[in-house]
Design a protein around this ligand. Structure first.
Ligand code: PMP
Length: 429
């Protein structure tokens, strides 16, 4: 594959952008090599500036659940955009979005739109702290909730990929307020709450961890956390930035039947535009400014063009059978990859939820962060490169979930498994 133009762009980018990118994992640091630069995208495909085509399993890190450049989404954006890009006064699409979100996710009785997942999570913990009058928060090893100061403690995603789980610039006094727990460990959670429960404002969790590969909750684990939070007067916050509208229409809370007090969203809710949201119980959300004293604001929040893209995408995921089909195609892909690995004599395991999956170069099962970290990252790097050469783009890190869209059909899945046969053989050496 020729990458001359991407290489040239990356050289120029490296002079002016830290690491040549505007978000760390895009730099391909953990898998080696250089990133390719996108020219356009359509359905399940990304096309780079050198004319190469890739079957894309990143989907812009989650938003493109209906495939890239879906005509309904583009039409909604084009129509809305003609009326102006931003008004600074309320617009009707914000109301439609609030009505849609609260209908799809019943635990969200009120919502506030923001511009990213990071904004959603840091606002949600402000609400938790403001409403409870407590300061401590609990998060889980390997979970990533954006780059807010309080969350860069044992964080996943790029912080993990680059080996920077605790960032310089986060004051110790603030980091000390963040307590961490091992995911899927019932006892550790009980003990922590027994010890410090009365100081905990809220517990935030990725109900399925997508930022340390892809780790599913053990049976009853999320219910256990719900009970602990209720017993100790702490708020349960589900970070559904990845899982929302993906693993079920109503997200992980619908799939696992657990009702959080607050939820955060991003990615799909903006359909590819910069959008996030947080929402939850009415008595909590009504404490947010201007109806209450907990301050939160945004110049571009509820932007009409972004709302139009998000609403059009939410229409697409509400089509009957959408998530069942997504689940089937995720299984078809993962089963095929496991078979191809077995045939090549490679130790390999997958985890799956509808529309998202984890790839592990180790034996299963995977229940916790330590299990995920035990995957052979060097082997993943070789597999990643071998797949890229064969026109398949996986997440460029051994610690990020992969994403499927409704545009990934049988032909793409078959082609991906075929590529994997060659890639597994190549990385066996
Ligand atoms: N929470 C989760 C679970 C995420 O996966 C991410 C981003 N990958 C964020 C929060 C932060 O979202 P953003 O990058 O839009 O700020």
């Amino acid at each position: 594959m020729n990458h001359a133009r991407s290489h040239d762009l990356f050289s120029r980018a490296c002079e002016l952008l830290p690491g040549g990118v505007n978000s760390p994992v895009r730099a391909f640091k953990s898998v080696g090599g250089e990133p390719f630069f996108a020219e356009r995208a359509e359905g399940p495909f990304l096309f780079d500036v050198d004319g190469n085509r890739y079957i894309d399993y990143v989907g812009s890190w989650g938003p493109m659940i209906a495939g890239h450049a879906h005509p309904d989404v583009l039409d909604a954006v084009a129509t809305t955009m003609r009326n102006g890009l931003s008004f600074g006064v309320p617009n009707a699409l914000e109301v439609t979005m609030a009505e849609t979100l609260t209908r799809i996710v019943p635990s969200c009785e009120m919502v506030r739109m923001v511009n990213s997942g990071t904004e959603a999570t840091l606002s949600a913990i402000r609400v938790a702290r403001g409403a409870t009058g407590r300061s401590r928060i609990v998060k889980f090893e390997g979970c990533y909730h954006g780059h807010g100061d309080s969350f860069l403690v044992k964080a996943g995603s790029g912080a993990l990929t680059l080996g920077l789980p605790n960032s310089p610039g986060v004051p110790t006094a603030l980091a000390d307020l963040t307590l961490t727990l091992p995911y899927n460990d019932f006892e550790a959670a009980t003990e922590l709450f027994d010890k410090a429960g009365s100081e905990i404002a809220g517990l935030i969790i990725e109900p399925i961890v997508g930022n340390a590969n892809c780790i599913l909750p053990r049976d009853g684990y999320l219910q256990h956390l719900r009970e602990l939070c209720t017993r100790h007067g702490a708020l349960l916050i589900f970070d559904e930035v990845m899982t929302g509208f993906r693993v079920a229409l109503g997200g992980a809370q619908e799939r696992y039947g657990v009702k959080p007090d607050l939820s955060t969203f991003g990615k799909i809710i903006g359909g590819g535009m910069p959008v996030g949201a947080f929402g939850g119980r009415r008595d909590l959300m009504s404490q947010v400014a201007p109806s209450g004293p907990i301050y939160q604001a945004g110049t571009l929040s509820g932007n009409p063009v972004a709302m139009a893209a998000g609403l059009a995408t939410l229409e697409l995921v509400q089509v009957d059978g959408f998530h069942e089909r997504l689940e089937q195609s995720t299984h078809a892909l993962c089963d095929g990859l496991e078979t191809a690995a077995r045939e090549a004599g490679i130790t390999f395991h997958t985890t799956r939820a509808p529309g998202m999956f984890g790839l592990y170069f180790r034996e299963g099962p995977v229940h916790g962060f330590a299990d995920a970290m035990a995957s052979d990252a060097a082997m993943f790097g070789r597999f990643f490169q071998a797949m890229l050469e064969r026109g398949v783009y996986l997440a460029p890190s051994a610690f990020e979930a992969g994403f499927m869209s409704s545009a990934h059909g049988e032909a793409e899945i078959t082609a991906t498994i075929e590529a994997a046969r060659g890639a597994f053989a190549a990385c066996r050496g």
